[in-house]
Design a protein around this ligand. Structure first.
Ligand code: GDP
Length: 445
């Protein structure tokens, strides 16, 4: 069985929580794209974890985890993430983690470039997490970047890195380095690992940084493509874990307010390392309301007290950045578009419990653009002009966090779920009513 868990909305739908729940049925869990710009929050019997780079299966005993070819990996951040897990008693070793030799390394200069560019954009900034993801992907497509496999050949690494840094210095020269305040461009875990400082564009620390963290991670680097083909051939069940959501996909999302990678299920076999494989199952994770981190159009956005109430009820603060998330009502045109892009077979509806406080629940069923209504998801320029058209459903005013069967849910809650199911056009199989592993109910076997 080859399955993918993907986001239907703007990200932060609770994919990590669903992977943690469902990974018990899989032998291998793979991340397929992105870097430490995302944060998956997982709460289970081992504790509460925020995973930025590691697949959420790392918390399951016996599961193999793969960081796939489509990822960009900040190796210092990854070492920190491994340390944080080990401090909570979760062992991470080549026995439960393999890193693709073809995945890109996200370097301190990528982070610096990201920060300098966001600062240059000023009011027009795109809401980057400032973690270097876009510059790292840009360098990949410029065919300039370093890959994890380069860590295994230190002689070749030395000349590749020196050539890369000479080229990168040309790019950074055009920026006023004074704008880089706040850049944490080299987490020093010892002098050998020190890269650049807060505000300078001196790249001389980077070889030491790469050597320091690279030495620690080299044992994890493998031809994960071969590993995955063999695993598939021997009948293993593999789960792909996508990062962010459909609406942030670089090609089909709200460009340029997207991430720099492909967030869609169709990409997951490529990003993981088995491009020729066909998915058997796509599980789309969709939140019972909307949230968005970063810039771009967000038609359903709530403001003031209304936003505050929903943000507090849903604890909507970025797992990777701590930024308050923009929040709003469930958006049918956006979610239907997202589910279609993902080719969803089954939906997992998360955070239904968060809506218990609402008297009536707003749902955006269409957009009004220049006086005309549409139920379709239009271009970004039109989205900026769109006004939401709401319907209001009856609230359920009850704590549903202990419901474990469909019959336990109050009528108004089940009506809301069925309404969303019809509106989006996909069956909802799972309803999540809390952050914990077992806080969910099944709507169908
Ligand atoms: P991801 O990036 O898609 O994995 O999502 P995040 O981890 O950024 O955001 C989901 C947040 O909601 C996390 O803090 C989860 O612990 C929490 N969460 C997930 N499902 C539920 C749910 O059904 N109810 C509540 N109250 N919290 C949930």
């Amino acid at each position: 069985m080859l399955a993918a868990i993907v986001g239907v909305n703007w990200g932060d739908e609770g994919k990590g929580r669903m992977v943690d729940l469902l990974s018990q049925d899989y032998d291998v869990v793979c991340r397929c794209q992105g870097g430490n710009n995302a944060g998956h929050t997982v709460v289970n019997d081992k504790g509460r974890f925020i995973l930025n780079l590691l697949p959420s299966g790392i918390l399951r005993d016996g599961a193999m985890n793969v960081m796939g070819t489509g990822m960009v990996i900040d190796i210092a951040h990854l070492c920190g993430e491994i340390d944080a897990l080990e401090a909570k008693g979760v062992a991470v070793s080549p026995d439960n983690l393999k890193i693709s030799d073809k995945a890109m390394i996200c370097l301190p200069c990528h982070k610096l470039q990201d920060i300098l560019e966001e600062d240059r954009l000023g009011d027009k900034k795109q809401g980057s997490t400032r973690r270097g993801i876009a510059p790292a992907y840009s360098d990949k497509y410029m065919r300039k970047g370093l890959r994890m496999g380069d860590l295994l050949d230190t002689d070749a690494l030395a000349w590749k890195l020196s050539d890369f840094l000479a080229w990168k210095a040309l790019t950074l020269k055009g920026y006023d380095s004074g704008g880089a305040a706040g850049a944490d461009t080299g987490t020093a875990a010892g002098t050998a690992a020190t890269a650049t400082t807060d505000t300078d564009t001196d790249l001389s620390g980077i070889p030491g940084w790469v050597a320091h963290y690279g030495a620690r991670l080299a044992p994890f680097v493998a031809d994960t493509s071969e590993y995955l083909y063999e695993a598939l051939g021997s009948g293993k069940d593999i789960l792909f874990e996508a990062q962010l959501g459909a609406l942030r996909d670089i090609d089909y999302g709200i460009y340029p307010y997207t991430t720099s990678s492909q967030t869609l299920a169709a990409y997951t076999p490529i990003g993981a390392g088995i491009p020729g494989a066909k998915l058997d199952l796509v599980i789309g994770v969709m939140k019972a309301y909307s949230s968005s981190v970063g810039g771009g159009p967000f038609v359903v956005e709530m403001f003031g007290e209304e936003a505050k109430a929903l943000r507090e009820a849903g604890a909507e603060y970025g797992a990777a950045t701590g930024r308050p998330r923009r929040v709003g009502a469930f958006d049918v045109p956006a979610s239907r578009y997202g589910a279609r892009l993902q080719g969803v077979d089954q939906l997992a509806l998360t955070k239904l419990d968060v809506l218990s406080y609402m008297e009536k629940i707003p749902v955006c069923v269409a957009y009004e653009i220049d006086g005309e209504q549409t139920e379709n998801f239009p271009s970004v320029d039109k989205l900026f002009k769109a006004k939401p058209v709401f319907e209001y459903l009856e609230g359920f005013h009850t704590d549903i966090s202990l419901c474990r069967k469909a019959e336990d849910l109050p009528g108004a809650a089940i009506r809301y779920v069925r309404y969303l199911e019809r509106a989006v056009g996909c069956p909802i199989k799972y309803v999540s009513v809390g952050p914990g592993r077992d806080d969910y109910l099944l709507l169908q076997e």
